[in-house]
Design a protein around this ligand. Structure first.
Ligand code: ADP
Length: 946
């Protein structure tokens, strides 16, 4: 016990915990006792009442079954029903069972007696009374039955029923009694428990008070002792013998007080020392203040110098640089005025406090004035002089001023500028002079920098001008793919370089993002670019072609070269070449080849086919003629096609020559109608000529071709026939020829491309109609060359109107004569030298000439013709340009033109190449372009001889 007390006394917390545990344990024990007694009372109550109720239920069941047995027996006596008889025994079995069960229970003596009576009654009943009664019933001896039954079914059953009722009311009564007893018992228990709890509460309050007192009072005394100690009263602490936390606190407090007392003495000593140090510091502070003053001055000077250096390094403009130098120097040196002058031919200058006139005076005397000494010695020097009137101001007593003159030298120690500063009524010390000389080194460095900048800027501009003049887009990338530089053409090709604010240094991702929006297949270009940036090539390729869709469709080829400096790769140069034209030409070429092969092969197939038939079959003359006509037609079609192709080729190469003459429009249209009417059996061509005698300045053949093309289109594109109406007339000071058909018409969307080369309207109606898409392009070209215009109006499905307008010719010369003068020669006397190396054509042409009555000398080789010509001295020469190897028609022409005897012989060139320009240089005007109808040659000879 003593041990426990000591253990608890050591800690206040332990005492509290012990108290709490004791109270809680007592409450718990009380609660457990109450619960146990309650549960026991409840259990007893429940056992007693259950037993009573079970007994009562069994007794009432025995009474019920007894009644049933008697009733079922009586039913059987009356009705003799088997069912009643069976039920009688079911009830007997239940009754026996209940009797066995009740006998197992504890019964009082009277109860036992009742049960035994019942049992013996039913034994007699079933052994004797029932068989007899059944006997009487069956023999219908009801009088005997009645006697038997009334004598036998007597009291035991009735007694049982009465007993059952008694038992029931007895059970109810006992239950109520037990209930009251239980409630009473429980109430006692509750009151006892409350009293018990109150008792525990009182005990624990008393205990708590005692413990609190043993803590609170010592704490109060400790506080007052602490306060006394703070006021300097040291007294012995009372609690230091206690073992618990308070004792520990008191002991610590005591130690602390002892320590504080010791420290106090130490601090007093230190304080005295500090006082002495403070005096010393005061003295030092005064010294420092003086030093700070000097430092501030230096800082001020350095700041100004820093400003000068900064402005020098920030400025790359000469005027700004001069301004900044002089302002800063005057301010740093606290001068009154100053001037700086460049020594180049412009003598740019800047000044502070110096008038313009005075500045010019200084500049004009540079080679002769105060500057001369500085220029020669390349060193600064100062002059002390009397002040000028202006400098003197309102001061009356004479004053002096000091000028400092300084040369500014470049890196090669040449003087590039000079400077002068003035201090009025003050001297410039030697130290100041040295400082200013130091600053001049900085100034000359700035001049060097400016010079270098100007040189590199010039270089940069030159490089950028060079790049801008290149017709390819140039793009310089670093190793990360960032665009470092582009030229002007590059931004023409990819305008996003102009819009993007990062254009000067466009990151690779920006470039790719832009590419995605303007290039047709970025999925090909972007990996290529990534390959270039990473490895310098993409799958071994260094060039690619891409298509730009915005703002207009173009094809660009990229070519890449890596850039090296000192053997180290530092970037990539991409060249973007606009190959749209080449691309278009390629596309047109392939279209051209497929159109040409289709358009040439189709007529050739029928020419070959029909010619074969004519050669190998015996045919009737009409059939022969029909086939020959087809061959002729197809051959003409082929000729037109070839001529169109050649015309186009000449137009594109700019080699087309136009022989402009005054010609009659009327005769031209008449001729065209005649030619076209032949192939237009379905169509009726009408012509209203409101401009008879109209003369235009034109190439006859070309204008003829225009009208033929338009007329043949009108016929071709009205496959169901109909009228073709031509009207020629004058309108707005121009001649016009209008050709109207009532055929297929042109869909509106096709209008804008109609005059483009190879353009054909593609719809089902016209698939069968042959063509190359060149006719209208040629028409437009020719009309434009004649300073005319072509217009088209059309309603799809209704027909089209093509109108050609041509300027009216100034009729200073007579129009080409259309009438033919009468023949003045005899054909048989005309010797024609025909040089043609193609056997068939030679035969055809010589037959034609012979048929026209001329004498023909045919040469199939140029050399033979050259050798024979002088001897033959023909009246006219017809020459093909392409002859055997090594000789051309031009050799024959040259021979004629260089031989006096032959000089005047008229020459006709018959060639597939239209070299009219060269011919006219030799003075040859007749040029027949193959293929032509043989009749044309005779006509040309006649024309020449005329
Ligand atoms: P081609 O007739 O050889 O196809 P063109 O250059 O002469 O070539 O004509 C171009 C296209 O214009 C033709 O394919 C045709 O569909 C259309 N065209 C020209 N003239 C007419 C016309 N008079 N009526 C209807 N369509 C026409």
């Amino acid at each position: 016990m003593g041990k426990l007390r000591r253990y608890l006394n050591k800690r206040i917390t332990r005492q509290f915990v012990a108290m709490m545990m004791l109270s809680l344990s007592l409450i718990l024990i009380g609660a457990v006792l109450v619960v146990v007694s309650t549960v026991t009372a409840l259990r007893n109550y429940s056992a007693e009442t259950t037993l009573l109720r079970e007994k009562q239920e069994l007794v009432s069941a025995i009474a019920d079954h007894s009644k049933e047995v008697i009733l079922r027996a009586r039913g059987y006596y009356v009705y003799l029903s088997d069912y009643e008889y069976k039920q009688l025994f079911v009830e007997k079995a239940a009754l026996d069972q209940n009797l066995i069960e009740i006998k197992k229970m504890s019964l009082s003596a009277s109860e036992k007696e009742v049960m035994q009576n019942i049992e013996s009654f039913f034994t007699d009943y079933f052994d004797e009374l029932l068989p007899k009664a059944i006997e009487y019933a069956k023999t219908e001896n009801y009088a005997a039955l009645r006697i038997l039954v009334s004598a036998g079914e007597d009291n035991p059953v009735n007694k049982l029923i009465t007993y059952s009722h008694d038992l029931e009311s007895q059970v109810r009564h006992i239950s109520e009694q037990k209930n009251d007893q239980l409630i009473q018992k429980l109430s006692y228990l509750a009151i006892i428990f409350i009293v018990y709890i109150l008792f525990i509460l009182i005990v624990s309050t008393l205990l708590t008070r005692r413990v609190a007192k043993s803590i609170g009072i010592p704490l109060l005394s400790l506080t007052s002792q602490a306060r006394n100690f703070a006021n300097g009263d040291y007294s012995e602490l009372e609690l230091k013998d206690r073992e618990d936390e308070l004792g520990e606190l008191a002991r610590t407090f005591r130690m602390m007080m002892i320590q504080i007392q010791n420290k106090e003495e130490e601090l007093v000593a230190q304080n005295e020392e500090l006082m002495a140090q403070q005096d010393e510091l005061h003295a030092q502070q005064e010294e420092l203040q003086l030093a700070v003053g000097v430092m501030e001055q230096n800082e001020n000077y350095l700041e100004k110098r820093n400003n000068l250096v900064q402005s020098l390094s920030n400025t790359l403009d000469q005027t700004e640089l001069l301004e900044s130098i002089i302002t800063n120097i005057v301010s740093i040196t606290q001068s009154d005025k100053g001037l700086i002058v460049m020594l180049d031919k412009n003598h740019d200058f800047a000044s502070v406090g110096v008038s313009e006139q005075a500045a010019h005076q200084f500049i004009n005397s540079l080679n002769d004035g105060v500057m001369l000494r500085a220029a020669q010695s390349k060193k600064a020097y100062s002059i002390v002089r009397d002040c000028s009137i202006g400098e003197q101001g309102y001061h009356e007593s004479p004053m002096q001023a000091t000028d400092l003159i300084m040369p500014i030298l470049n890196a090669s120690q040449e003087m590039v500028a000079c400077m002068m500063i003035t201090k009025v009524n003050r001297v410039i010390s030697k130290q100041e002079e040295d400082e200013i000389a130091g600053m001049m080194i900085q100034v000359s460095l700035a001049f060097d920098k400016l010079e270098l900048y100007e040189i590199s800027e010039k270089q940069r501009l030159m490089t950028s001008d060079m790049l801008d003049t290149i017709q390819e887009g140039i793009q310089l990338l670093d190793l990360d793919g960032t665009t470092l530089q582009i030229n002007r053409k590059m931004s023409d090709i990819l305008p996003f370089f102009l819009d993007d604010t990062h254009a000067a240094k466009m990151p690779f991702e920006h470039f790719n993002a832009h590419i995605r929006s303007v290039v047709a297949q970025p999925e090909a270009l972007i990996p290529f670019m990534e390959g270039l940036v990473q490895y310098g090539h993409y799958q071994g390729m260094r060039n690619i072609t891409y298509e730009i869709t915005e703002p207009d469709r173009r094809f660009i080829q990229i070519y890449c070269e890596p850039l090296y400096r000192n053997g180290v790769k530092f970037g990539l140069l991409l060249v973007h070449r606009d190959i749209t034209k080449e691309y278009e030409v390629d596309r047109m070429k392939s279209e051209f080849v497929s159109t040409v092969s289709h358009e040439l092969r189709t007529p050739l197939a029928s020419v070959l086919g029909f010619a074969e038939l004519l050669l190998h079959r015996e045919l009737k003359p009409e059939r022969q003629r029909k086939y020959m006509m087809t061959i002729h037609q197809e051959a003409r079609r082929l000729t037109t096609l070839i001529n169109d192709f050649l015309d186009l080729q000449r137009m594109e190469s700019g080699k087309q020559t136009y022989e402009m003459k005054l010609i009659s429009l009327t005769s031209l249209i008449t001729e065209a109608i005649e030619v076209q009417q032949l192939s237009a059996s379905n169509h009726q061509i009408t012509w209203q000529d409101d401009a008879a005698n109209a003369i235009v300045l034109a190439d006859r053949d070309k204008l003829h071709q225009v009208i033929i093309n338009l007329l043949s289109n009108a016929i071709k594109y009205s496959p169901n026939g109909g009228n073709i109406d031509i009207v020629s007339g004058m309108n707005n000071g121009q001649y016009f020829i209008r050709i109207e058909d009532h055929g297929l018409g042109i869909p509106p969307e096709a209008m804008k491309n109609l005059f483009n080369k190879f353009y054909r309207v593609d719809n089902t109606d016209r698939r069968e109609i042959g063509g190359t898409g060149l006719g209208l392009a040629i028409v437009k070209e020719i009309v434009t060359k004649h300073e005319g215009k072509i217009d088209v109006q059309s309603e799809f499905g209704q027909g089209s109107i093509f109108t050609v307008s041509l300027p009216i010719a100034e009729q200073s010369t007579q129009a080409e004569s259309e009438t033919t003068s009468s023949t003045v020669w005899n054909e048989a006397s005309i010797q024609v030298m025909l040089v043609e190396n193609d056997h068939n054509l030679a035969t055809l042409l010589s037959d034609e000439l012979l048929a026209s009555g001329f004498q023909v000398h045919l040469f199939k080789e140029g050399t033979l013709a050259i050798n024979a010509i002088e001897k033959l001295n023909p009246d006219i020469v017809v020459v093909d340009l392409m002859l055997e190897a090594g000789v051309t028609g031009w050799d024959i022409v040259s021979k004629i033109k260089k031989t006096d005897l032959l000089l005047n012989i008229p020459i006709i060139i018959s060639s597939a190449f239209e070299e009219k320009e060269k011919a006219s240089q030799w003075g040859i005007t007749e040029f027949l372009v193959k293929p032509y109808l043989p009749g044309k040659l005779s006509a040309a000879i006649s024309r020449m001889l005329r």
